[in-house]
Design a protein around this ligand. Structure first.
Ligand SMILES: Cc1cc2nc3c(=O)[nH]c(=O)nc-3n(C[C@H](O)[C@H](O)[C@H](O)COP(=O)(O)OP(=O)(O)OC[C@H]3O[C@@H](n4cnc5c(N)ncnc54)[C@H](O)[C@@H]3O)c2cc1C
Length: 416
């Protein structure tokens, strides 16, 4: 069984709620009051240090067993809530940490440096489910669900179906108006965190005659009859549950419609833009995690009487990956700051996700090569990053979809 270390938590949800998200940049600014993209507030720096320590001291020892059993220990989930990592942007009044979007990305990045599955759980819960409810749910839904999501209940974001992946708006799950409630029927596929979730944010069509303009968004409780039909066995992200869900006459009261009927397609586009920056942060963590594992080895291992990291053939390779990681970091945190400034991030979020997942794959692949035979073994831990990197080019929009978004923005600007 999992043995969870009881290291003292560096901060709790309560600690995170003090003075957060309100302070301007704490570091020096230039004469125009601007800062570099690598400038973080004091609270964001505290977030980075705290999550990094937690990941190293608590999560790292659990990783081999999590990989083997493909399970996330319940005690670890509890600790993520206690740390305030499951309601990072949620108001303190509702039990959240009331921190910035950038803080959420920092947490996602730091977790991914040690375990991308835990990072995926925190990412999807915060940047998809939390943001969707926060932005489009009314006060009643906030009170009933956001507080629970910040303190003990996991929520999944359910858009994809067997026949609706990249073409998400072709979804077939139906929501039939029955007066005071909707009846949900259909199936969802690839739903992250669904093995642990109590709540499900479900996209279903309430008026198929209107095509995608019938797509609506519902807050659904597991106990209303959501069936977890099958847990997928995956290449990577093994400890993150990814399941098929069935909805068979699931009765959802009308108070649980998120936002307006028929607006779900707009909400999903908006939320996924932010989610993509979350995945970029996760992939940045994967890239850095693999790099950090491999580089010290280059200065321990000797061949031909020299450390292998001193050969020019090796120097050029790790310098190249370091430069790529820095690029991924800049596009990711720039997109985050743009989101905080309320600007349109569709283009920048797509670029951040595209670049970060490519860098993650290259960094993890190189890390294995740099460590030679040792890198190919499970014991070294870099092969896990290689497997976990692959998901970055698939979920929350494939790399082709990111390229399509970027190209569309370019051509729209030209034809304007
Ligand atoms: C581990 C995991 C976790 C996930 N978690 C969630 C979740 O929590 N919630 C959720 O709703 N979904 C989730 N998904 C689903 C994920 O978002 C989809 O897998 C993704 O959108 C791709 O859809 P697809 O798998 O149907 O691939 P497809 O859409 O069938 O794509 C297959 C290939 O065709 C290409 N392609 C498709 N259309 C075009 C086009 N027009 N132009 C060029 N190329 C094209 C794609 O780029 C890709 O290479 C998850 C998936 C995985 C694997």
């Amino acid at each position: 069984m999992f043995a969870l270390s009881r290291v003292p938590l560096l901060f709790s949800a309560r600690a995170l709620t003090t003075n957060v998200g309100r302070r301007p940049f704490s570091s020096a600014t230039n004469s125009n009051g601007l800062n570099s993209l690598s400038t973080f507030t004091e609270d964001e720096q505290i977030m980075r240090e705290s999550v990094a320590t937690f990941a190293k001291e608590v999560i790292k020892p659990l990783v081999p067993e999590m990989e083997e059993t493909e399970q996330m220990p319940k005690e670890l989930l509890q600790q993520l809530f206690e740390m305030g990592l499951m309601g990072i942007e949620t108001s303190a009044e509702l039990g959240g940490s009331e921190m910035s979007f950038t803080s959420a990305l920092i947490a996602i990045e730091e977790l991914a440096k040690v375990d991308p599955s835990v990072s995926a759980l925190v990412d999807i819960h915060n940047t998809l489910s939390g943001t969707c409810l926060q932005r489009y749910g009314n006060e009643d839904l906030h009170k009933r669900y956001l507080s629970k999501m910040a303190t003990g209940s996991i929520a999944s974001f359910c858009l994809s179906e067997a026949g609706a992946g990249s073409d998400a708006f072709s979804l077939q799950t139906k929501a039939e108006d029955k007066g005071d409630h909707y009846l949900l029927n259909g199936s969802k596929m690839w739903i992250s965190n669904s093995g642990e979730a109590d709540f499900f944010i479900v996209f279903a069509n309430a008026d198929p005659s209107k095509g995608y303009k019938g797509i609506s968004c519902f807050m659904v409780e597991k106990e209303w009859g959501v069936q977890i039909a099958k847990k997928e066995k995956k290449l990577g992200l093994r400890a993150s549950s990814t399941c098929v869900l069935n909805f068979d006459d699931v009765r959802v009261p009308k108070e649980n419609v998120i936002g307006e009927i028929g607006q779900g397609y707009k909400y999903s586009i908006d939320i996924l833009n932010e989610g993509r920056i979350g995945i970029a942060a996760q992939m940045l963590g994967v890239a850095q995690g693999a790099f950090d594992l491999a580089v010290p080895y280059l200065f321990e291992r000797k061949q031909f009487g020299k450390h292998i990291g001193t050969f020019q053939g090796m120097q050029y390779q790790y310098a190249q990956i370091a430069a790529e990681i820095e690029t991924a970091r800049l596009v990711t945190y720039n997109a985050a700051r743009m989101r905080e400034e309320g600007r349109n991030i569709m283009h920048e979020a797509a670029i951040a996700k595209l670049i970060a997942c490519q860098v993650a794959e290259r960094s993890a692949s190189k890390a294995i090569e740099w460590m030679g035979g040792i890198g190919f073994t499970r014991e070294a831990g870099v092969e896990k990053f290689y497997r976990d990197a692959k998901i970055g080019s698939i979920y929350e929009g494939t790399s082709n979809m990111m390229l399509q978004t970027i190209a569309k923005n370019i051509s729209n600007n030209i034809s304007r």
